[in-house]
Write a protein that binds this ligand. Sequence first.
Ligand code: CP
Length: 304
Amino acid sequence: MKNKSLVSITDYSKEDILSVLKKIEQFEANPNQRILKGKVVATLFFEPSTRTRLSFETAVNRLGGRVIGFSDAATSSSVKGETLRDTIIMVCNYADLIIMRHHLDGAARYASEVCSVPVINAGDGSNQHPSQTMLDLYSIYKTQGTLENLTITMVGDLKYGRTVHSLLMAMSHFNPVFHFIAPKELEMPFFYKELCHKLGITYYEHSDFSEEVINQSDILYMTRVQKERFTDEMDYEKVKNVYILRNKMLENSKPNLRVLHPLPRVNEIAMDVDNNPKAYYFQQAKNGVYTRQAIMCLALGIDI
Ligand code: CP
């Protein structure tokens, strides 16, 4: 794979995805190396983050590189009116790679077009979160032993949740069956359902979060209702507690079922699920470090 930005998961072919998974495995076995020595990585977070920013920064530190950037746009010159274009052109003067999260759909694509160094999209609005998708794929691969022919149930905010959009596109290479569980207001956008139709992927839509669907699933992918994407607080109040996974709901689930969540969780997974061996969301977040090591090395053209 040549040096390149990662803006959408569609920037990776199926072969790219499989090749990255192998590299993630290598980094998990050996996460402390000096292969980014002399490299400067900029993390530009125009939106809040815990896992994505800290796992990227941990990944750089463990590989001997250095990090510059901001975690709060209010401390950057964007508050003085500097455009995203000017900010990106400036940061290209300082860094070898840019990791960017922004509230606007398409902001990362735009940054990659004005930037002379690779850009990794760390989440743009409700559009895409491809590094999350790679760590989700790695978590699925690690727990299921394959990505092929799995039944994936996505629950919660399927409208605004960028992680489910990226994951659907990535899993489309691997003959999945999807169950989409969402209230009407937060259902999977038409674009993604149409994509399933075009690719011949089976999907079912439900408004009930039933054990019947859980019991058919290999992966139960829970999501938070994305409060920050609602323009009307009342609309958020109506759906915020719509689905809560409780431990007893997993009693008759398949032995290989794993519960994933990109996190942060609010209340959509009850705390009593955390000690169930099928709960995998904290390990999933840990896989983010190795995943981001692999993605950054590929973007920089560093072979391992
Ligand atoms: N999963 C994820 O993107 O988490 P953060 O918002 O904490 O980065």
